[in-house]
Ligand binder design. Structure first.
Ligand code: BGC
Length: 249
């Protein structure tokens, strides 16, 4: 079996998994290490190296889902990570950490690609918006299954605040919002996106989607709303898909 290593850098942990990209599933357990405080490039490189060394069974290019605008391996933003990433060749850093070719992609795009291919968006045509609620709000926009990369809709301003400052999962925790209060904010964000993009389907992902049963019924939009199927593995699986399909330079 051909296993590809997928990594996903989140606000609290970096997850890693061996992915069978033909079947589209994680083989064995996910491993994780805490995200280094501030997620500086140097500390992150060490953490990535230690995770990669736990997966000797994986071959070829390593993929990393990363919370930044990423174009040709370069990180262009750093909303929730150390500003030292801006302008840095993140793919090259991953390559050094892994000791073999590394490929970095926006985390929401990675999760979205995985959900479109083998999860909640499978076979869905039209406009699909995958949203990840975590430290920030990530977005991945698809038209007839094709990705518009780096859409960054978590930074769209609503009611004088960026959407992710209003309704990320982190804000729910920090402001101690109960589910109805948080869902009211998420609904405001969904309405803001709907009026501009008219999606046919919203896929709700990120760590909080593990608790869908507690809040999913309170979300409202003229578009269909479904939870992400791959839950916490979406970033890892999507990053592995990218790694398996793109040749790192
Ligand atoms: C970042 C995005 C990322 C999202 C989710 C935002 O703050 O700008 O690049 O996809 O958080 O991690």
């Amino acid at each position: 079996m051909n296993l590809t290593l997928g990594l996903d850098l989140g606000g609290s942990s970096i997850k890693a998994g061996a992915v069978d990209v033909t079947a589209g599933r994680v083989v064995g357990e996910l491993e994780s290490v805490p995200t280094p405080p501030g997620a500086t490039p140097a500390a992150t490189q060490d953490a990535l190296a230690s995770l990669v060394s736990r997966f000797p069974q994986c071959r070829g290019t390593v993929g990393l889902a990363f919370p930044s605008v990423v174009k040709n391996g370069i990180a262009y933003s750093a909303a929730n990570i150390d500003k030292g990433w801006i302008g840095l060749d993140a793919s090259r850093l991953l390559t050094s950490a892994a000791g073999r070719p590394g490929l970095v992609v926006n985390d929401a795009d990675a999760a979205g690609v995985a959900e479109m291919r083998i999860g909640a968006g499978r076979g869905t045509r039209g406009v699909v918006m995958m949203l990840t609620f975590g430290t920030g709000i990530g977005s991945a926009l698809f038209v007839d299954g094709r990705l518009w990369p780096n859409s960054e809709l978590g930074h769209l301003e609503m009611d004088g605040r960026e959407a992710e400052e209003l309704a990320s999962a982190r804000v729910r925790t920090v402001e101690k919002l109960d589910w109805p209060a948080w869902c009211e904010r998420v609904n405001r964000v969904l309405a803001g996106y709907h009026v501009l993009f008219w999606p046919d389907l919203f896929i709700i992902g990120g760590g909080v989607s593990e608790r869908w049963e507690e809040f999913g019924g309170m979300l409202r939009s003229p578009a269909r709303i479904v939870p992400a199927v791959l839950r916490q593995t979406a970033g890892v699986v999507g990053a592995a898909f990218y790694a398996a399909e793109h040749v790192a330079t």
